[in-house]
Design a protein around this ligand. Sequence first.
Ligand SMILES: Cc1cc2nc3c(=O)[nH]c(=O)nc-3n(C[C@H](O)[C@H](O)[C@H](O)COP(=O)(O)O)c2cc1C
Length: 170
Amino acid sequence: MSTAIIYSFTSNKTAKAGEKIAAAIGKSFETTMVNADELTEKEFLSYDQLILGVPTWFDGELPHYWDEFVPAIEEMDLKGKKVAIYGLADQVGYPENFADGVGILARLMRDRGAEIVGQTNIENYKFESSNAIENGDDKFIGLVLDQENQARLSQKRIEDWVEGLKNIFK
Ligand SMILES: Cc1cc2nc3c(=O)[nH]c(=O)nc-3n(C[C@H](O)[C@H](O)[C@H](O)COP(=O)(O)O)c2cc1C
């Protein structure tokens, strides 16, 4: 199985989190770091397992580098692929759109047949609404990190999430 961690190398906090996720994975399974700014459809489809990093920008939207890739995703067949998503977000500044990017990306992938893995608990976050939560569920679809307000919780959140992924990714 091949696994990519894909995030924009120029998206500051998301890139730092991506490096920490890679460090937490260590040698448990092999990962390739891929720059989302230069992502091609061919490269994306060459991996069986994907860890995608996405900050939420523009009040509940994807950053432009993911947004530009959306038309390509909409044409993809992602059956058989496992996708875990982590998102950077700000629950104090944007409580009504908290980590929406995670939800947008997850649903896009799932609509194309991917299996979304790596749900996390919403406890210890404070916000009004989030697209990263499934209807009626009490979990985020992926890992949500808030460096603006809860930076000290991030390392443990990453480690717990990665421990779970080690049981799912090979
Ligand atoms: C213009 C702007 C809009 C933002 N909109 C949202 C938002 O709608 N929801 C959210 O949770 N965070 C929002 N954020 C917060 C970012 O997601 C957060 O700062 C994140 O850590 C940025 O990661 P990056 O450095 O990788 O871009 C916004 C930040 C900016 C600057």
